[in-house]
Design a protein around this ligand. Structure first.
Ligand code: SMG
Ligand code: MG
Length: 387
């Protein structure tokens, strides 16, 4: 797959002929989580999913906006994204003849920020383009893998034994890397004990911005435990303090929240604020930025992996396609649909094989069917924008 061995097809994501976008459906769907997911800033027990369907004549593409209900992970919320899409982004693209992804992105670029809102549209557009081309998203963007390696992200648990039970459960299912959520008071002691019980596993931690430079001493204690990385230890919008911390820490820092665009990724690498990059296509504004960040990381030899936002199968399928690019060299936070949801919105659900991999679909577009009847049954609101 893919014309070039090491670069994505950023310039060539075009439909066979320019496409007139004539409708955009914004749908909010709530799915309960099988178990609460707790991180440093709080816990969720259900996921309000923001799904988008972009229409062009008889053809459609599906996307997902990964914003959360509350501005906890980033400033965007389902509400702000819906407002920005309905009032600004949709009018900028509906009724227009779009040549390719760069054309679409350019029409959204005047509006500052709101990368998750923009990504929702880009994802739907890329699914539409891939379907029109009759190829999978993975193939359309230059993916090279038939299967992608995956790890699991474990929320903060009430006790160490409860956490260890989750670790064993997911190792038993084949997941290749365990990521522990940490926060002040549940960090070094937790990592020490999990590492003692599992000396050989690929282990990382994610603080979701819960620390400051004043905690550098504590964070350096983590160097003892052969972690693959420490993800987003400091503030969500910081690069400078991360660079100072990385100087004293031998473990690699991985940035997640701080990398909101290609420019931020370049600045993070140039200032040595991190040695590993967590890619979330939804966080960086969509495929246009994600493909550029991918190419940048490949060029600089920086390990890259695909993060997750507890997406529905639609966002999950986009993540699987993205992770098939050559630069994704570490296991992603791409779990099976069943890790979070009793039933997913796609058929079949995403499955993790016993070797800790997920198959990259080869059918056109997302490569999964969207279960529209199930979506309807779980819909909290739907809005149809037309032109
Ligand atoms: O999709 O499996 C998933 C979730 C992975 O931990 C995960 N995501 O900071 O990386 C992260 C979090 C973001 C959501 S919880 C704040
Ligand atoms: Mg993270």
């Amino acid at each position: 797959m893919g014309a070039e061995p090491n670069a994505s097809n950023v310039a060539t994501l075009a439909p066979p002929t320019p496409v007139r976008l004539d409708g955009l459906e914004l749908r909010l769907v709530r799915l309960p989580l099988l178990e609460p997911f707790r991180v440093s800033f709080g816990q969720i027990t259900s996921r309000l999913l923001f799904l988008l369907r972009l229409d062009a004549g008889a053809h459609s593409g599906w996307g997902e906006c990964v914003a959360w209900e509350a501005p906890l992970y980033s400033y965007e919320t389902v509400g702000t994204a819906r407002h920005v899409i309905r009032d600004y982004l949709a009018p900028a693209i509906l009724g227009a003849e779009i040549r390719d992804l760069a054309d679409l992105t350019a029409r959204l670029a005047a509006y500052r920020g709101h990368p998750m809102a923009k990504a929702g549209i880009e994802l739907a557009f890329v699914d539409l383009v891939a379907r029109l081309r009759g190829e999978s998203i993975a193939r359309a963007i230059g993916g090279v893998r038939e299967r992608v390696g995956v790890g699991v992200s474990l929320g903060i648990q009430p006790t160490l034994d409860a956490l260890d039970e989750r670790v064993r459960h997911f190792l038993g299912l084949g997941y290749r890397r365990i990521k522990l959520k940490i926060k002040p008071g549940a960090d070094v002691s937790v990592v020490r004990e999990i590492r003692r019980r599992h000396p050989q596993i690929l282990l990382s931690v994610d603080a979701n911005g819960a620390y400051t430079l004043a905690d550098a001493g504590l964070l350096c204690q983590l160097d003892t435990y052969r972690l693959l990385m420490i993800e987003q230890p400091l503030a969500h919008d910081d690069l400078v303090d991360h660079a100072r911390l990385q100087e004293t820490l031998s473990t690699a820092i991985c940035l997640d929240e701080s990398i909101t665009s290609h420019d931020r990724a370049r600045q993070a690498l140039e200032t040595r604020a991190c040695r590993i990059v967590n890619m979330k296509v939804g966080r960086v504004g969509g495929y246009s930025e994600a493909l550029r960040i991918h190419d940048l990381c490949v060029e600089r030899g920086v390990p890259l992996w695909c993060g997750g936002m507890l997406e529905s199968g639609i966002g999950r399928a986009h993540n699987v396609a993205l992770a098939s690019l050559p630069g994704f060299t570490l296991p992603g936070d791409i779990s099976a649909s069943g890790r979070y949801f009793e039933r997913d919105v796609i058929v079949p659900p995403v499955e993790v094989a016993p070797d800790g991999t997920v198959a990259v679909p080869t059918a056109a577009g997302l490569g999964f069917d969207v279960d529209v009847a199930f979506l309807e049954a779980r819909t909290e609101s739907v809005e149809r924008l037309r032109r």
